[in-house]
Ligand binder design. Structure first.
Ligand SMILES: Nc1ncnc2c1ncn2[C@@H]1O[C@H](COP(=O)(O)OP(=O)(O)O)[C@@H](O)[C@H]1O
Ligand SMILES: [Mg+2]
Length: 256
């Protein structure tokens, strides 16, 4: 444990043709922190995530994870070696597999060295599977999915599938997770569950978060610090309550 931020992004820029999606944005996430990223539609939030997690290569700027320069690494390498994961706005689960199987598969993706052992062939796999099952069950309870743990994921509601996806992300023991609008399109009861699960992952499992979120109540209840983007640039950064009250932020949202 050091005082260094877990994620340090320095002056990232990304253009798509004539569109400057992100201009010179720097941002850090402290170890153990839940930081928020907000801004009007089209302000560059998702592009900033794309450039931070290896989906897109930034035109300029650097990304450091846990002190290591990972600029230019692929999404997969960042997930496997860097243990930084991200969610997309679309929910993806294995619909034919039950809830518990979904989580166990997610855990195997990064912790197992070969495809053979993914299918349970090989030394120590029994022990590993049993460790993964214990972790899966703990997360399933936390996510409020215990009663449906043996049901195919495809039979469950959109909100429950979101919870499965989120719990699955916690299986490979990530250091940091970037969430892109995790509450979009889900009902208030599920929102409560997602919040509880994020807080549990943060406090009990030590996972840091950077969260893009439009629901300002969610932002103020989980984030310790908020960064605001407007037209691809960083507008302001500060405590959630100061950010909401900030005149520049109000103008960016209202003035478009
Ligand atoms: N893959 C892409 N190709 C071309 N333009 C893109 C692409 N991704 C984003 N953009 C453009 O970049 C700008 C920022 O978009 P985005 O990062 O999605 O914003 P946000 O997530 O804040 O809504 C927008 O003008 C958008 O149209
Ligand atoms: Mg977006």
């Amino acid at each position: 444990m050091t005082g260094l931020p877990i994620l340090e992004i320095d002056k990232i820029s990304k253009s798509y043709g004539a569109v400057k999606a992100v201009s010179d944005v720097s941002l850090h996430v402290n170890r153990g922190e839940i930081a928020g990223l907000i801004g009007p539609n089209g302000s560059g939030k998702s592009t900033f995530f794309d450039c931070s997690t290896g989906l897109q290569r930034p035109d300029t700027g650097t990304v450091k994870l846990d002190g290591q320069d990972i600029t230019g690494w692929s999404l997969n390498r960042i997930a496997r070696e860097g243990r930084m994961l991200r969610s997309f706005q679309k929910t993806v689960v294995f619909k034919a597999l039950d809830v518990e199987e979904n989580l166990i598969i997610a855990g195997q993706m990064f912790t197992f060295p070969s495809l053979l052992s993914t299918f349970g062939i090989g030394r120590m796999s029994k022990q590993r599977i049993s460790g993964l099952r214990d972790r899966a069950r703990e997360l399933i309870k936390m996510a409020g999915l215990w009663d449906v743990r043996h049901q195919p994921a495809g039979n469950l509601s959109g909100g429950q599938q979101k919870l499965i996806q989120f719990a699955s992300m916690l299986m490979p023991e990530p250091k940091i997770i970037l969430l892109d609008e995790p509450m979009a399109g889900i009902n208030p009861k599920i929102i409560e569950r997602v919040i509880e699960t994020i807080l549990y992952a943060n406090r009990s499992l030590g996972v840091s978060f950077l969260v893009i979120e439009h629901n300002i109540d969610v932002v103020t209840s989980i984030c310790q610090r908020v960064v605001v983007l407007d037209q691809g640039k960083k507008l302001v950064e500060g405590l959630p309550h100061d950010i909401i009250a900030d005149e520049r932020v109000r103008e960016a949202y209202l003035g478009g």
